[in-house]
Design a protein around this ligand. Structure first.
Ligand SMILES: Nc1ncnc2c1ncn2[C@@H]1O[C@H](COP(=O)(O)OP(=O)(O)O)[C@@H](O)[C@H]1O
Ligand code: SF4
Ligand SMILES: [Mg+2]
Length: 336
C-alpha cells in the first residue's frame, strides 16, 4: 500500500453532561497521507486542526473522545497496518517516537527546563535503542549538526532557557527525527517565531525531508507556509474539510469561497494592496453550527439553499474536493 495514513469518518466529541448529546468538534473527516508526502492542513484558529492531529497520536485531551465509526489506519515500519483507535496506551506510546512524532508551536512547553539538551535528546533515544553513553552522545551531536545548530558540543550541555526560540525549534526537530519516524506531525512549528527565523526553519524542514523517508503533516493557519512546504492540502473550516487538492490547484484555482478568502488575505499581506483583507466574521463554535453550510454567515456568495441544506464534500474535478453548493452540478446533500 502506498498509503501511510488513512483517516476515515473521523469525529471528535465533547460531552455535554448526561442529558445532552455530545457536541461534535470535528465531523466526518477523511484524509489520506501517502508515503513521503508533505500534506498540509490549513484553516483559521479553532477549526479543529490540532485536535484532529492529536487524535492520530492517540493524544486527545480530556474530556474529548473519538466518535463512533472513526478510523485511523497507519502502516508501520514492518509493513503491518494498525488501527490506531484500537491500540492500548502502551502500544500508542511505542508508536509515538518510533513511527510517529510531533513538533509543536511552543518548543519550550515540550522540553523539560530541568534537563540539558543532551539529556532530552538521549531520553528519546534511550527508549528505542540499546546504545552506550558514548554512542548516545555521538548520535545526539550528529543530530544537532543535521539541524544546523552552531556550536553543537556546547548546546548539548545547555538547558532550554539558554536557547532562542529558533534554536529550541531546531532541537525539537532533532528530537522528532532522531528515530527516523515514518510520519512527522508539525503543528504550527513556526508560528511563534519571527519571520526570518520562520523561513530558516521551513528551509531546514524541506532539506531534512530529502534525506529522511518521513511523510509530514504540516498544520498551519498560514497559506504561505503551505506554499513553501506542501504538495497536497486540506482546508479545514468549523471541524470539517471544506476543500482538498494539490497545492497548485488551491493557489491558482481555489473552489471554496473560504479558501479564496484565506488566499486573498495572504496576497494582500505581501502585495501592493494597502488594506489588509480579512474574511468578515468569525468561525462559529461547535454546537452553534447552522443547519446548512457552516460558512454561510461569512460567505459573499451565500444562496438560499446554503442556509438550509449542508453541502457534502464532492469531487469537482479529479483529485479536487470541495464542499460548496456553487460547485455542485448534481447537488449532493450531506447526510447525517
Ligand atoms: N480539551 C478541550 N475541551 C473542550 N474543547 C476543546 C478542547 N480542545 C479543543 N477544543 C475546541 O475544539 C475546537 C478545535 O480546536 P483546535 O483543534 O485546537 O483548533 P485549531 O488547531 O484549528 O486552532 C475549538 O473550538 C476548541 O475550543
Ligand atoms: S455552500 Fe453557499 S454559503 Fe457555503 S461556501 Fe458555498 S456558496 Fe458559500
Ligand atoms: Mg491548533
Amino acid at each position: 500500500m502506498d498509503h501511510l495514513l488513512e483517516i476515515r469518518n473521523l469525529s471528535i466529541e465533547l460531552p455535554q453532561g448526561r442529558r445532552k448529546p455530545p457536541v461534535k468538534l470535528v465531523e466526518g473527516v477523511d484524509l489520506t497521507v501517502r508515503k513521503k508526502q508533505n500534506f498540509g492542513v490549513v484553516g483559521e484558529s479553532g477549526c479543529g486542526k490540532s485536535i484532529t492531529c492529536s487524535s492520530i497520536m492517540g493524544l486527545l485531551s480530556f474530556p474529548l473522545s473519538l466518535g463512533q465509526g472513526s478510523s485511523i489506519r497507519f502502516q508501520q515500519g514492518d509493513g503491518r497496518e494498525v488501527e490506531i483507535t484500537g491500540l492500548s496506551k502502551a502500544e500508542l506510546r511505542k508508536l509515538r517516537g518510533r513511527d510517529i512524532s510531533m513538533i509543536f508551536q511552543e518548543p519550550m512547553t515540550a522540553l523539560d527546563p530541568m534537563y540539558t539538551i543532551e539529556e532530552q535528546i538521549c531520553e528519546s533515544l534511550l527508549f528505542h535503542a540499546s546504545l552506550s553513553k558514548a554512542e548516545m552522545h555521538d548520535a545526539a551531536l550528529e543530530m544537532l549538526r543535521k539541524v544546523k545548530i552552531p556550536r553543537p558540543e556546547q548546546i548539548l550541555k545547555d538547558y532550554p532557557h539558554h536557547l532562542s526560540g529558533g534554536m529550541l525549534q531546531r532541537v525539537m526537530i532533532a528530537i522528532a527525527l532522531i528515530n527516523n519516524p515514518r510520519l512527522l506531525i508539525a503543528d504550527e512549528p513556526t508560528t511563534a517565531l519571527d519571520v526570518t527565523i520562520q523561513a530558516q526553519i521551513l528551509d531546514l524542514m524541506n532539506e531534512l525531508r530529502e534525506s529522511y523517508d518521513t511523510s509530514v503533516i504540516m498544520i498551519t493557519h498560514d497559506l504561505g507556509v503551505i506554499a513553501e512546504t506542501c504538495e497536497e492540502v486540506a482546508v479545514f473550516y468549523a471541524g470539517q474539510v471544506v476543500e482538498q487538492s494539490d497545492v497548485n490547484t488551491i493557489f491558482h484555482a481555489p473552489a471554496h469561497p473560504y479558501t479564496a478568502g484565506l488566499l486573498r488575505s495572504v496576497l494582500s499581506l505581501g502585495g501592493a494592496q494597502q488594506e489588509l483583507y480579512t474574511i468578515q466574521g468569525t468561525v462559529p463554535t461547535a454546537g452553534n453550527f447552522s443547519a446548512g453550510c457552516r460558512f454561510a454567515d461569512r460567505c459573499e456568495h451565500c444562496m438560499d439553499i446554503c442556509r438550509n441544506r449542508a453541502p457534502a464534500l464532492s469531487e469537482i474535478s479529479p483529485g479536487h474536493l470541495c464542499r460548496c453548493w456553487l460547485h455542485a452540478d448534481t447537488p449532493k446533500e450531506e447526510t447525517a
